[in-house]
Design a protein around this ligand. Sequence first.
Ligand code: SAM
Length: 222
Amino acid sequence: MAADTDECKYFVRELERNDGCALKVKQCYTGGVGCVVWDAAIVLAKYLETEQFHDASPGADVWSGRTVVELGAGTGVVGLMAASLGAEVTVTDLEDLQTLLRENIHENQALITSGSITAKVLKWGEDASEFLPPPHYILMADCIYYEQSIVPLVESLKLLSGPETCIICCYEQRTEGVNPEVERRFFELLQQNFNCEKIPSEKQDPEFSSPDIHILHIRRKI
Ligand SMILES: C[S@@+](CC[C@H](N)C(=O)[O-])C[C@H]1O[C@@H](n2cnc3c(N)ncnc32)[C@H](O)[C@@H]1O
């Protein structure tokens, strides 16, 4: 169901940045899975603010001038965080999510001072040439959850990434139903072309992390 502004009853999720400013993200009761903020998105958004991205020069604006494509962005909270930190972001999702994404971009525009953010349709596996050259970062939160998406999702990662691209994938490990098999198939396919590095919890946000939510840095095999 489309997250249309007229049909939806909204509730807002606030996410405070380290500087005290808060992103305000609208969620919709009546839409599909993309209309709410998933825990993995919160963990990933807060990870983008960690020291991990300030290693070279503490306090430096490392996101400034960095290009980012977010896949399966849903409400857009991860991309909004990246843009508010200075990155040039394109948040992507299915057509049905575009209204909600645009609403959330509009609502948070005041926090995006040096970066930028645009919402576009990208269905996994389909032509991604308009998003090239490859971005510095591809972000994805809670995108590994149904079997039919595995092949097209990995295809999108292949189409979008270059040798320098860092894919940051955050996912909640679920133990019920088809989830373990979906995850297994995703990583089996992924590892044909990519290397994965798991980020330890000490490098994640101390408050917004969880033992069942994993962050990976994924890079193309050379
Ligand atoms: C579980 S939600 C996660 C949303 C958001 N990343 C978060 O963590 O809050 C999965 C997202 O993937 C999107 N998605 C699912 N299948 C897709 C496909 N084939 N192409 C593009 N996006 C897709 C959904 O619309 C949804 O927004």
